[in-house]
Write a new protein. Structure first.
Length: 315
């Protein structure tokens, strides 16, 4: 057999093999195979060898094809260019934990907290919380709420000079022992310490000009000459203005040596303490004080009370 006949024979076998693959499956069952007489061609080794030979010859023919028709593989289209997105700078979040105590201190520790006292049918209670006071007394018959002022810390820093406004002997003193000798055991004694001698002397002169100095044990006689009473005795620019009350109150002196509106409680003492028939009132704001004082003047409730006349004021 020639080479051409062999090639045609192989092609015919390949076509027959492909046709058999496309046809419906007519594979005989196991019973049919058992009934059919076996031939030498039924050997599984022979069939496998024949199939491998056909596949090998088919591959060799494919490799021998000329390169006149190169295979072209489709190239997938490139994706469209991405528009760069506007990225924000990274933000770093810092979490801080705060631990608060169960009983938080007062926002202004320098101030003395307000103490409230209220009486109920079951007894008397004290608290610094106004909310609890209101809830305990609102709508309850027979309850009464009062503000109890706490004790304030005294300024124990050393003073350069002292002024005795009312005592056994008034004046300016440099030693505390001298001050104590003139005020100890004296009712209604008034004195104050200052950081400098000049400040103490200026304050004393200011008080003398307004007849605010006196001997507490002296008899009450005619008033000494003094400056005219201003319409509103605010006295914002004076040596005594430094002695402001720490509780941020305003005071109205209705009856005293010099009636008027004052910011310092020391001035109120100098005008009323030890003065028979004196009358004053403390108010929470300057506006309210300035409203009440003219109204009291119009109603005839304001009057000057002469101070006790000390024998040695001008000596």
């Amino acid at each position: 057999m020639s080479h051409t006949q062999t090639s045609n024979y192989e092609d015919a076998q390949i076509v027959a093999l492909l046709a058999s693959l496309n046809e419906p499956d007519h594979t005989p069952s196991r019973s049919q195979l058992s009934q059919r007489p076996r031939t030498p061609d039924d050997s599984p080794d022979y069939e496998d060898a024949e199939i491998l030979a056909l596949i090998s010859s088919f591959n060799d023919a494919a490799l021998d094809e000329p390169a006149s028709h190169p295979r072209v593989f489709p190239v997938p289209p490139s994706p469209p260019p991405r528009t760069p997105s506007r990225r924000l700078p990274p933000v770093t979040l810092q979490l801080q934990s705060h631990t608060f105590p169960a009983n938080r201190p007062h926002t202004s520790p320098s101030r003395t907290p307000i103490l409230y006292r209220y009486d109920t049918p079951t007894g008397r209670e004290y608290t610094t919380d106004w909310a609890s006071t209101g809830s305990a007394t609102q709508g309850v018959a027979g309850t009464q709420v009062q503000i109890v002022s706490g004790s304030r810390k005294k300024d124990r820093s050393r003073k350069a000079a002292y002024v005795v406004f009312c005592g056994r002997k008034f004046g300016v003193f440099l030693k505390w022992d001298d001050v104590q000798a003139h005020v100890s055991g004296v009712s209604n004694a008034i004195y104050h310490g200052y950081k400098s001698l000049s400040e103490a002397q200026a304050t004393f002169d200011y008080a003398v000009a307004r007849a605010w100095v006196r001997n507490c044990y002296a008899p009450l006689v005619a008033a000494i000459p003094r400056l005219p009473t201003p319409a509103s005795s605010l006295d914002t620019l004076n040596p005594l203005s430094g002695s402001q009350a720490r509780n941020h109150k305003w005071y109205v002196v209705y009856r005293g040596i010099t009636p008027g509106v004052y910011r310092s409680y020391l001035k109120v003492q100098l005008n009323t303490l030890g003065i028979q028939g004196s009358l004053h009132e403390s108010l929470p704001s300057r506006t309210e004080a300035l409203e009440k004082y003219p109204r009291a003047c119009a109603q005839g409730e304001v009057a000057e009370v002469p101070p006790p006349y000390p024998d040695d004021v001008f000596s």
